[in-house]
Design a protein around this ligand. Structure first.
Ligand SMILES: NC(=O)c1ccc[n+]([C@@H]2O[C@H](COP(=O)([O-])OP(=O)(O)OC[C@H]3O[C@@H](n4cnc5c(N)ncnc54)[C@H](OP(=O)(O)O)[C@@H]3O)[C@@H](O)[C@H]2O)c1
Length: 221
């Protein structure tokens, strides 16, 4: 079984890559440089993908095509949060956040679909901060909006693909990574988050759902 994980150089993506490798999957992982120094494993291959540039997305798709990779599970994990906890929106971080979390993820996904098995799965790592129904805060405007837009794309994609492959959105939990600039904050370790996501993907997966990995329940859109 082949899994492709974007943003596998650190944080949740790195832990996911290690967890899938431990379960005998062949794992392809991306980072902007293509270097993923924390994994040395004969079933692992890293290659470059920068979701903020069209050229990099095209090169990554060419790489997959030229290698003849047939993907069983795509995990769109790469994401940024430069305005996390900021009260006021700021234009450059807003544009950057959308470029990576929404626009880049959307066009990368559209281009990679032909290389995903019809019985496969697409998992978009979003956030409960992108839930409109749950939003009671006024901070992190770009991050929340980018994930809400990713959620809508995921739903549209699930409607379009009709289960071939299946699509779901996962909130990984509040995880101790550097996305917020302080990896001491968070309820879950990256390993705990990865374990839960693996169980969802391999056992509890439901098409067209928004899944909370923190308490194994559905999140309102
Ligand atoms: N941590 C949390 O509590 C939490 C909560 C909810 C949702 N999430 C979501 O979980 C996902 C992973 O977050 P994380 O906390 O593990 O963050 P992280 O530790 O900062 O890792 C982010 C990953 O994305 C990659 N990346 C950054 N910019 C990129 C770009 N322009 N193009 C392609 N890849 C890029 C990074 O690789 P390089 O820098 O090496 O290129 C890195 O591998 C994100 O989608 C995030 O929104 C996290």
């Amino acid at each position: 079984m082949v899994v492709l994980i974007t943003g596998a150089s650190k944080g949740i993506g790195l832990a996911l890559a290690k967890h899938f490798l431990a379960h005998k999957y062949q794992v392809f992982g991306t980072s902007r440089t293509g270097k993923i120094s924390d994994i040395e494993h004969d079933q692992f291959t890293g290659f470059p993908l920068d979701l903020s540039t069209t050229e990099s997305i095209h090169k990554a798709i060419s790489y997959i095509k030229n290698k003849g990779i047939s993907i069983d599970i795509l995990i769109n994990n790469a994401g940024i949060g430069p305005d996390l906890n900021a009260v006021e929106p700021e234009e450059s971080t807003y544009r950057k956040t959308f470029e990576v979390n929404t626009t880049g993820t959307l066009f990368f996904t559209e281009m990679i679909i032909p290389f995903i098995n019809k019985q496969g799965k697409i998992i978009n790592i979003s956030s409960k901060m992108g839930s409109i129904a749950m939003c009671t805060s006024s901070d992190s405007v770009a991050y929340r909006m980018s994930k809400a837009a990713l959620n809508m794309y995921s739903k549209i994609l699930a409607n379009k693909l009709q289960g071939k492959p299946k699509v779901a959105i996962v909130h990984p939990g509040w995880v101790r990574t550097m996305i917020s600039g302080d990896d001491t904050l968070g309820r879950l370790s990256t390993e705990e988050s990865a374990r839960g996501i693996f169980d969802f993907v391999t056992s509890n997966f439901e098409n067209a759902t928004f899944w909370n990995n923190e308490n194994q329940s559905l999140i309102p859109w």
